[in-house]
Design a binder for this molecule. Structure first.
Ligand SMILES: *Cc1c(COP(=O)(O)O)cnc(C)c1O
Length: 217
């Protein structure tokens, strides 16, 4: 199946309120264009440098998501490139993004990435540190907290992710009751997005199922 067919097939499974982020990391700008021609409105990239090059040669308006870990020294470039930074996981990083956003007069939309499964190799704030980070982001003048992001463990059986997705949805709902603009719960990738959606994700980040396997050279 082509990129366009893959994209449309997944899009048609999802209700209209769910944002399908087409994850183009490690793929060229040509396939990014194919996805956009097929109706993709949201593009996800992991690395600032790679995204900068690809977005430069892209002549279409799309919503740009940074979904990978961000180093503070790239905050300036990230703020210029991305509509939504999904990977805020420390006060240090939040401060750097706020500073960069302030410098260019932008209010930067962000999600806080939560390491719900406490995987040592993964980014994301631990649950017990989430409240403090939310407070910090709230106090930052040029950040707007739009929701939460989670990357589930790569369990062989994606069903094993379900309790984590459910836990995140509960947390999201609780926070949402007392907040404004808190709209996005980003969870679910190729192997687990169906379960994430069943458990209440409203942003899914799908790469492989649209573009095929990534080739790392
Ligand atoms: C690469 C990546 C994805 C997409 O992964 P697939 O398994 O290819 O769908 C989603 N989210 C994040 C944070 C990623 O790094």
């Amino acid at each position: 199946m082509s990129v366009a067919e893959n994209f449309r097939a997944i899009k048609s499974e999802l209700n209209d309120k769910i944002i399908l982020v087409a994850v183009t990391k490690n793929h060229g700008v040509e396939v990014m264009r194919e996805a956009i021609d097929a109706g993709a409105t949201d593009i996800g990239e992991n690395r600032v440098q790679e995204a900068a090059e690809k977005f430069q040669s892209l002549d279409r308006a799309v919503t740009r998501h940074l979904i990978g870990h961000l180093q503070t020294n790239k905050a300036k470039a990230a703020v210029k490139l991305f509509d939504l930074i999904q990977s805020v996981d420390s006060e240090h990083l939040a401060a750097a993004i706020d500073k960069a956003a302030t410098a260019i007069g932008k209010v930067q939309d962000v999600l806080i990435q939560v390491n719900a499964a406490r995987e040592p190799q993964k980014s994301g704030v631990l649950l017990e540190d989430l409240d403090a980070l939310i407070k910090f982001v709230d106090a930052a003048k040029n950040l707007r907290l739009r929701g939460l992001m989670m990357i589930a463990p790569n369990f062989p059986d994606a069903e094993d992710c379900r309790p984590l997705f459910r836990q995140m949805r509960k947390l999201f709902d609780e926070l949402k009751t007392s907040r404004q603009d808190f709209d996005f719960l980003s969870m679910g990738m190729t192997h687990d997005y169906k379960i994430a959606v069943e458990e209440g994700a409203n942003v899914v980040r799908v790469g492989t199922a649209i573009f095929g396997e990534r080739i790392y050279t």
